[in-house]
Ligand binder design. Structure first.
Ligand code: SF4
Length: 326
């Protein structure tokens, strides 16, 4: 894999007004870098900010502050007031949404849904070329040419997600935010779709940010995994390192919730069961956001936000008590 960074996000914040003076800190100072050709997985419970992070870095929602660099070009920098025109980047940076039904226009044929991006970016010179491209994209995602004239409701959930993927691929992107792309699908279909993402990556040299709440799916497809809790990144490491040698109590709790078939692996991970719900991002706990559910919390955890530090090569975590816990 090339070591070139394709997407770099620094101190990304995404705050939304929540009535009166209140704000929801959906993404609160997240930094990450995605290497060309890799899959960075992003996990966490719902409401942790992972989806908002994906949408903000594509500027589908304009970030409150921070810096986004794509392929060496700064496309957003709140400090220096840089807001690049996104037309070119909309082609290069695509998204596949969680709910394939809600994201496909029910009045358009699948052929036209796939062709829309081709038209917007004027990628085909003739109607024939456009049609050939649509048919070839259908084939790429395992659908057939007759299906181009059908409507989304005529497809199963898995097939609709294939249409969503063909639509993203239609503009020949380099980078795709996969926003919980299998969460709405039957378990039996999930593996097929995940495998397809992997095959497409191999074939087309794609780079993914793969967002999911299910750590076992993310682990399967990702080179590295980042874990978010209440708007902040708490741990980031190469996938195997994260699964077998996680250091942050929140990551440990997520891992201990994965059903493990191999008893040897099961013994290595100390089981941590969390009590309570994720607090509201309108009023997050002071210091470490995880402290209200953390079995290791100390007075310092309420006073100071833990620093993001490298615990071993390429393995980062934010916690005051790593030495005591591990
Ligand atoms: Fe737990 Fe404190 Fe570490 Fe936060 S900083 S994860 S509360 S021990």
């Amino acid at each position: 894999m090339e070591e070139k960074i394709l997407v770099q996000v620094d101190h990304l914040k995404q705050y939304f007004p929540a009535g009166g003076k209140k704000v929801v800190k959906a993404v609160d100072d997240v930094s990450l870098a995605i290497k060309k050709g890799e899959t960075l997985g992003l996990v966490g419970e719902s409401g942790c900010g992972k989806t908002t992070t994906g949408r903000s870095l594509l500027r589908l929602v304009e970030p409150t502050s921070g810096k986004i660099v794509y392929d060496g070009e700064t496309i957003f920098d709140s400090e220096n007031n840089i807001k690049k025109d996104m037309v070119e980047y909309r082609r290069r940076m695509q998204i596949v949404f969680q709910d394939p039904y809600a994201s496909l226009d029910p009045r358009m044929t699948v052929g036209d849904i796939i062709g829309e991006g081709i038209d917007i970016h004027r990628l085909c010179g003739s109607a024939q070329e456009r049609r050939d491209r649509i048919l070839s994209l259908l084939k790429t995602v395992g659908l057939n040419s007759e299906q181009a004239n059908r409507y989304p409701h005529e497809f199963s959930g898995g097939q609709r997600q294939r249409v969503g993927i063909a639509r993203a691929l239609a503009v020949d992107p380099e980078f795709i935010v996969c926003d919980e792309p299998v969460s709405a699908l039957d378990v039996s279909i999930q593996a097929q779709v995940v495998n397809m993402f992997e095959d497409l990556q191999q074939k087309l040299g794609l780079t993914y940010l793969f967002i999911a709440h299910d750590l076992s799916i993310v682990n399967h497809i990702s080179d590295r995994i980042g874990v978010m809790y209440l708007g902040r990144m708490v741990e980031l490491a190469p996938s195997d390192e994260l699964i077998f040698h996680s250091v942050h109590p929140y990551t440990k709790s997520l891992i201990s919730a994965i059903p493990i078939a191999d008893p040897k692996t099961a013994r290595q991970s100390k089981r941590i069961v969390l009590s309570g719900e994720v607090p509201s991002p309108v009023n997050p706990p002071s210091g470490c956001h995880f402290r209200t559910r953390c079995p290791y919390a100390t007075a310092e955890c309420a006073e100071r936000e833990p620093e993001w530090r490298e615990v071993s090569k390429g393995h980062f975590a934010a916690c005051h008590n790593l030495e005591k816990i591990n």
